[in-house]
Design a protein around this ligand. Sequence first.
Ligand code: PEP
Ligand code: MN
Length: 342
Amino acid sequence: MLIIGPCSAESQQQLIDIAGAFADSEIISSSAPFSKIIFRAGLWKPRTSPSSFQGVGENGLPWLMKVSQSFGFPVATEVATPEQMNLAVQAGIDYLWIGARTSADPIAVQALANMVQQLQSSVRRQLTVLIKNPTNTDTALWLGNIRRLQAAGASVQAIHRGCNHRPCWEMAYRLRQEMPDVPLLLDPSHMSGQADLVPGLSHVALQLGLDGLMIEVHNQPDCALSDAKQQLTPAQLSSLLSVLAQDFPDRTHTARPDDLAWLRLMMDEVDDDLWNVYLRRMEVSRAIGAYKRQHNMKVVQPARFNEVLTRRLAWAKDHNLDPVIVETILHQIHTESIRMQS
Ligand code: PEP
Ligand code: MN
């Protein structure tokens, strides 16, 4: 499944232009290597700042339906409240998704699940609801949300989008292990926040055997009213899909990679964290160097280093780590710290 379209609906013409570009592009409309294309646009936007663009709200529902009627794409939008869900379903929207912020609130998700149950009996069809991982890295909450929606009778799919532009692969790995039957998509746009990282992450998603992608695409990304930096142009999406079609020619690509691929992604992410922490430590070290210069203090303070070392060795013992290795690493870090302060 390939879910594509702008972060936000901005005008009916914008949606028509983007959907028209998808329909005109042979590679996009053939949807290789995916089996279904869905057009997305956010109407009610969960923004951090009240002064940012908040979305066009229900005014955009007929615009999405126009895309559906003119180009034949099923359409999807984000819902955060039962009222929004009701409006979207009554308007004929095919797929609903619950965003990362709403997914962090189990009361909000339960209210949406209750509305799913109510709507399914009135419209007499099963609703498909996609739910993103919560922004607070709480995998158990994500799984709990999926169970709430399943218990209400929805057909549920998960979208992994990371947290604060960190991939948080471990969340997706755990979801895959604990709920192997729930389709899992990747949203490389929100995961990275950067258009140039979207192709690489999309490739990783297909290597992992994930079930689809949600990618933000805008006809003029630089002028987008939300998430300008991460949206691809339709032409960029076309070239990404050509590469994916070449690298993953088998549409029924069902082979699950073994755990090593996941574990290596998690390892790379931990390494990134480790080196970023190292960098931060050196920045603090430089600030301490400036303080010592101002106060005519010696750079090397043996009593302080011994205190740090003793604490770390006790910690190493608690965690069953080899004290010789921990001491060696700490000495190396200290050596670099002294250089930063000199
Ligand atoms: C979106 O898809 O436009 C969106 C707001 O996503 P998220 O909930 O992942 O931030
Ligand atoms: Mn967005």
